[in-house]
Design a protein around this ligand. Sequence first.
Ligand SMILES: Cc1cc2nc3c(=O)[nH]c(=O)nc-3n(C[C@H](O)[C@H](O)[C@H](O)COP(=O)(O)OP(=O)(O)OC[C@H]3O[C@@H](n4cnc5c(N)ncnc54)[C@H](O)[C@@H]3O)c2cc1C
Length: 633
Amino acid sequence: MANFETVEVNTDVLILGGGMAACGAAVETAYWAKENGLKVTLVDKAAMDRSGAVAMGLSAINQYVDVCGGKNTIKDYVDYVRNDLMGITREDLVANIARHVDSTVHLFEKWGLPIWTDADGNYVHEGRWQLMINGESYKVIVAEAAKNAVGNDNIYERVFIVEPLVKDGKCVGAVGFSVRENKFYVFKAKATIATMGGAVHVFKPRSSGEGLGRSWYPPFNSGASAYFTIRAGAEMTCQEVRFIPVRFKDAYGPVGAWFLLFKSRATNGLGESYMETRRPELENWKPYGLVKPVPANLRNWLMMLDVMEGKGPIFMRTEEAIANLSKQVPDEKERKKKLRELESEAWEDFLDMTISQAILWAATNTAPEEKPSEIAACEPYFIGSHSGASGAWVSGPEDIAPEGYFWGYNNMTTVEGLFAAGDASGASSHKFSSGSHAEGRIAGKAAVAYAVDHADAPSIDNAKIEEIKKKILMPLDIFEEHKKLSSDPDINPNYIRPKMFMFRLQKIMDEYAGGVSTSFTTSKQLLEKGLELIDFLKEDAEKLAAEDLHELMRCWENVHRTWQAEAHVRTILFREETRWPGYYFRADFPKMKDDWHAFANCVWHPDKNEWEMIKRDVKHVYAEAADHELLGG
Ligand SMILES: Cc1cc2nc3c(=O)[nH]c(=O)nc-3n(C[C@H](O)[C@H](O)[C@H](O)COP(=O)(O)OP(=O)(O)OC[C@H]3O[C@@H](n4cnc5c(N)ncnc54)[C@H](O)[C@@H]3O)c2cc1C
């Protein structure tokens, strides 16, 4: 076995990940831990300053409810999320985040994040719920507060978490390895919070060949949260609810500012607006098809219908939007000034968060005020915090959760001692960066309470740890043993390298689970065949080979993706209807069905190595409670 030092860290609360939810968990946990004399430890596979989906920065905070300003009620937000997710949402979780999110945004501002204000000092809104920010350093600012709270000595960066430690059905920590030095880490904890983001590159991306590596979702998040919670035996929810954003084509630049701030239209190659010409189609998806705003997946769907009829390319009419906005200024000199302002805002929007889109514009001589730019549906991603919903099934808050939705501690999964937030917790979409931070705070406080109530130090058999260590480091041994057997180290009868493994997974998902090349369409027969191929792939995962530490991380990232993929395929198969046609289409069940107004959950039983599928009721409870009660009077 490769020579690795084992480092054991004992802690009370363990935070896995260093992204938005983890940073929220860090500040809150550190506060309550100090009150109770507990230790907090945080582990990130990357460096917190620039890790996770907010790494490059963002140009807007997408969830700000402004309850105290009287602009919206919490119920407004819950209604919006429920409708966007076609009725399938945990209203208790959404309301809990919505009642805490504004204070999170105020903390960001206090820590130094520049939020745009108008001449009267009011926040500038991009849309009803979104605030414009100068967000290039968003993550650096939020991470700084988290690091100060937890303390650098308790933070482990560049440590990749692989597996949960489970004893008697309870999560007692996690194991992983350093991606920089030969160290194997064993973290033993009374309470563990999974906040390792969502998953990308499970499906074949549109960008392949010279564009490989480009995607909307950041390449750093590869299904660790899903794998961790599934392998711990946690019940999972909404595993079928992938997210397919429509973004600027090829460089995946954001469209929010164009649609919401610049009031731009999207038209097909014939100049028709699919949101108008295809409007009658929305009747087929009532009641959600008739609400405002039209749910994200249905907007996708109307566009996809045009594309499938050969009416592409689809364009964002940037030139039209800029012309419309500048012509509202009557004075010619002022109009020119306004035009320059709009142009620079357009570029800044990309430079704040998707620099490559600005580079693509420059490379293709695109002046947004002169010509439109193509937009397209991306490949599917798993991001429960955005417009997808996949994640663990977690306990709601005691004061709002209906029967069956609360089991002792906020955001605890169905596994004792294991909490989840952000992309790691499911059925509570549209929390975005701010809501993920707020949810991290909620989970952090609950995890401290759990650690106080369950004060026994966790123990786990050393022999068991040695066994896991051997398994995790195995790809290094396999490579060493067999690398000389062929002249090209990529081609070897004894092993598969992680990149090739990933290509195989992506091909399976693309062709059988409704990826880009099948226009997001699938069926029972395709899904069953896909599952058979995933089974073979899982067998071959035992032959993954790694030349170095970096490749060892790649190996495990792909194992994580494979489990996310399997949960996805099984759940699409289980839900015998089409509910989100712009995310995936079941050709054999092309309509939405009343009896599927329910959650499709799944659990993998570690003791039996078996999956169980569970249908759970959607309980619309929130409408009963008034905002002042939710805010604590
Ligand atoms: C392209 C894009 C644009 C977005 N735009 C906006 C926007 O404009 N406004 C907005 O409010 N929100 C936006 N969001 C949403 C927002 O970024 C997410 O909701 C938020 O980051 C989710 O927080 P999280 O903590 O769950 O995941 P992340 O912030 O992604 O953090 C995940 C963390 O887990 C770590 N990690 C992953 N795997 C492992 C492992 N195996 N071991 C240890 N650590 C691991 C990562 O390094 C990272 O620190 C956008 C998201 C994307 C992808």
